[in-house]
Write a protein that binds this ligand. Structure first.
Ligand SMILES: CC(C)(COP(=O)(O)OP(=O)(O)OC[C@H]1O[C@@H](n2cnc3c(N)ncnc32)[C@H](O)[C@@H]1OP(=O)(O)O)[C@@H](O)C(=O)NCCC(=O)NCCS
Length: 142
């Protein structure tokens, strides 16, 4: 589904929390952005959101067009799990507005994220610094 006639960020409204969200709406945005997430399992999608510290969304005429999802301890560490903006709403400042709201909520902490080839220029533009001391492993029962 395309989002018609969005020409300015002034047409976009922002919300905090899960109100008005459904896993299906979230999965549709993930698919469109695109952002690789477990969209075939809507229960998993909803658990990801219920267990998050902060969910910020952007809307245009009732349609979900942007999401930022964060885990934070509120003191030291914050992790930006998802940032996605619908293709027809990209480059209007929605991603920047969501990040600015995240930074406000997580003030005092260090915000970390994983980028992709298509988004690294965006984070650089917003003043993020690349780090080379991150390590990652897939957690599983031992
Ligand atoms: C990356 C993404 C969130 C950016 O959102 P957006 O709303 O289009 O970004 P904004 O309009 O707020 O852009 C802010 C600035 O970054 C620039 N920018 C945006 N995307 C960019 C990109 N991919 N590369 C370089 N610069 C970019 C904009 O031109 C703007 O520059 P300005 O300061 O001159 O105005 C969006 O393109 C997206 O959802 N992509 C697909 C999913 C994805 O990759 N998510 C991130 C996963 S880590």
């Amino acid at each position: 589904m395309a989002t018609p006639d969005v020409s300015s960020i002034d047409d976009v409204t922002f919300r905090e929390g899960l109100e008005g969200l459904t896993p299906a709406r979230i999965a549709t945005l993930y698919r469109r952005a695109p952002l690789l997430r477990p969209v075939s399992d809507l229960d998993q999608v909803w658990t990801m959101f219920e267990q998050s510290s902060l969910v910020l969304t952007a809307h245009y005429r009732g349609e979900l067009v942007g999401i930022a999802r964060v885990l934070t301890d509120g003191v030291l560490n914050s992790y930006l799990c998802d940032l996605a903006v619908a293709p027809d709403v990209q480059r209007l400042g929605v991603g920047r507005a969501l990040i600015n709201q995240v930074l406000e909520h997580c003030a005092g902490t260090e915000l970390v994220l994983r980028d992709s080839d298509i988004s690294s220029g965006f984070y650089e533009r917003l003043g993020f610094a690349r780090v080379d001391n991150a390590w990652v492993i897939q957690a599983s029962e031992v």
